[in-house]
Ligand binder design. Structure first.
Ligand SMILES: Nc1ncnc2c1ncn2[C@@H]1O[C@H](COP(=O)(O)OP(=O)(O)OP(=O)(O)O)[C@@H](O)[C@H]1O
Length: 560
């Protein structure tokens, strides 16, 4: 079904008395009422900060209005929303990006052929067929904007909302995007967009003019707008709004003039769009591909993105290699030799292995979510579950951490920095290390979900690492810490990993009975640090992971 062959019936949208407030109670929209007819192309214009995005979000159901309501004419399918940010992953080819998006958004019963056809059709509709094999990151700004629109068109929505689709584009490409949107509207889709560009207005059927603080100064055709504001060009409307009268007065004048011209008509079978869309349970029902299939698709896409980003793979694989090389240079062989041990070196080897597992887990997790929050936010609106999303991250990266942890133990054993022992001992060391990495990975995901950009995530790294060095009980044994420090040490996942490693390698016996006179006094200062059963440490580390993953889901659900 192509744009030209299928005349979709667009959604009629009724906005009635809509008001919005931000934290602190400040009103950012005041009593906006207007009706967008099916198949109309409507622009929202106004000065910077006038409330254009706020109105668009209220109409699309991204942020339901504080007052009034937005109703559609009975359709319950999700409207398509294209935010300002790119909602496409840069690493994949355009065709692959669209194929994953189609699999995630179209019903489970959709066949592979139908998915291919849907992708082919949107590529053709958006004149992107020749770019299908190209990596999204290498597309031009205009092509990438069209790619974001293409993702939204896969489900053949009846209404399309776009936040500044022409911003950052040169005039020719901006005009191209507007012509494309005009075609959609002519094909039956209702299209509402915000814009800063006066030239976009000429392509539209109607224009919504917002005065400061979200007052509706005008709604009607572009020609009517020019005559209403006594302007020759759209630019002059901005000048009028900025100068002469107060925003509230503009709204009052328009309400008066509209009262004389028309009565708002009643929408048939109203359905509150603003609430339907944000309700994840309803959105999930609507798509109905199931949580397991969704998780599997996200896992495959995550692995695909990871393997295509060569620099990321190089960093993920390269950093453990460098850390291992440093360990090999720092520690002398045979520190665990029973006849001639080096007790203080054994503490440091155990601590740094535990810290290595923690550090890799944390760094692998930290950049996972904050780099794609715009994509996630959009996919959440289409019904994606945060639980399946977070678990897909675990499925892609924890196996990698398992391999890194195994390699760390294997190499240190091969270099005689760790003692000879059976498979069960090394199996136990690996499980402790992996659980520690998983807990740190979950902490990384939580922070990544909470911060607003990668720079903040990077800044958080030292803050997250320092306590896991100081309060673990390696540099300063827990029994001789100040009371608050001892209490804090329980919250350090690294402490439980460090103690599990020490228990498994039986350092208590090594220090008490080995051939170093430094062992017994060291053991005295550590007390029963390494006496606990490893299973308890594993249970605690698993608990950390579960709680942190749960917290990441909660934060993500709130943020998206
Ligand atoms: N999360 C928020 N917290 C506080 N104020 C907010 C928030 N979001 C928006 N605002 C305020 O609401 C008002 C309207 O913002 P909005 O983004 O809708 O304006 P806009 O017309 O789209 O602006 P621009 O053209 O600059 O993108 C602004 O004053 C903005 O500062």
């Amino acid at each position: 079904m192509t744009l030209d062959s299928a005349k979709r019936r667009g959604l009629r949208i009724d906005v009635r008395g809509v008001g919005q407030r931000v934290a602190g109670g400040r009103a950012t929209l005041h009593d906006v009422s207007l009706t967008v007819e099916a198949g109309e192309l409507v622009a929202i214009i106004g000065g910077s900060g006038a409330g254009k995005t706020t109105l668009l979000d209220a109409m699309a159901g991204v942020r339901p209005p504080a007052e009034g309501q937005v109703t559609g004419d009975g359709d319950r399918s999700a409207p398509a929303y294209v935010p300002q940010d790119d909602i496409v992953h840069l690493e994949l080819s355009l065709r692959r990006t669209l194929t994953y998006a189609a699999r995630l958004r179209l019903p489970a019963a959709t066949t592979a052929d139908e998915i291919d056809r849907a992708v082919r059709d949107v590529l053709r509709d958006l004149d992107l067929t020749e770019r299908a094999g190209q990596r999204v990151g290498t597309l031009s700004g205009g092509e990438r904007k069209r790619a974001s629109i293409a993702v939204e068109l896969l489900t053949r929505p009846r209404v399309l909302f776009l936040d500044e689709p022409t911003s950052g584009l040169d005039p020719a490409i901006a005009a191209e995007v507007m012509r494309l949107l005009r075609r959609f509207a002519d094909g039956g889709t209702t299209v509402v967009l915000t814009t800063h560009s006066p030239s976009d207005v000429g392509h539209c059927d109607k224009v919504t003019v917002l005065a400061r603080e979200g007052h509706l100064a005008f709604f009607g055709t572009p020609a009517e707008a020019l005559s209403y504001f006594e302007a020759d060009r759209v630019e002059q409307i901005y000048e009028r709004l900025a100068g002469e009268i107060s925003p509230g007065e503009w709204a009052r004048r328009f309400a008066e003039s509209r009262g004389e011209r028309q009565e708002p008509s009643e929408p048939p079978e109203p359905v509150v769009v603003g609430r339907v869309v944000v309700e994840p349970a309803i959105a999930g029902e609507r798509r109905g591909i199931g949580a397991v299939r969704e998780w599997w698709l996200l896992t495959r896409r995550g692995a695909d993105i990871l393997t295509r980003n060569r620099l990321t793979v190089a960093i993920l694989a390269g950093s453990p290699v460098m850390v291992l090389a440093m360990f090999a240079v720092l520690f002398r062989p045979g520190a665990f030799s029973f006849a001639d041990p080096s007790p203080s070196a054994t503490v440091m080897i155990l601590f740094w292995i535990a810290f290595g597992g923690f550090f890799f887990g944390l760094t692998y997790g930290l950049l996972q979510i904050c780099t794609e929050i715009a994509v996630l936010r959009r996919e959440r609106l289409a019904g994606l579950g945060v639980g399946t999303y977070v678990l897909s991250k675990v499925a892609v990266l924890v196996p990698l951490l398992a391999a890194v942890d195994a390699a760390m133990l294997g190499v240190l054993r091969a270099l005689d920095r760790l003692p000879a022992a059976g498979w069960s001992t090394y199996g136990s060391l690996w499980v402790s290390l992996l659980l520690s990495s998983a807990a740190a990975f979950a902490l990384g995901l939580l922070v990544s979900a909470a911060v607003t950009d990668p720079a903040q995530a990077t800044l958080a790294l030292p803050m997250l690492c320092f306590p896991q060095v100081l309060f673990v009980g390696a540099i300063l044994p827990v029994p001789i810490m100040a009371a608050v420090g001892r209490w804090l040490s329980h919250a350090m996942s690294n402490r439980w990993a460090f103690e599990a490693l020490g228990h498994t390698l039986n350092v208590e016996r090594l220090w008490a009975e080995g051939g170093s006179s430094l062992g017994p006094p060291l053991l005295a200062s550590y007390g029963d640090t390494f006496g606990r059963a490893v299973a308890v440490d594993w249970a605690v580390l698993t608990g950390f992971t579960a709680v942190l993953l749960g917290a990441a889901c909660v934060v993500l659900a709130r943020r998206t």
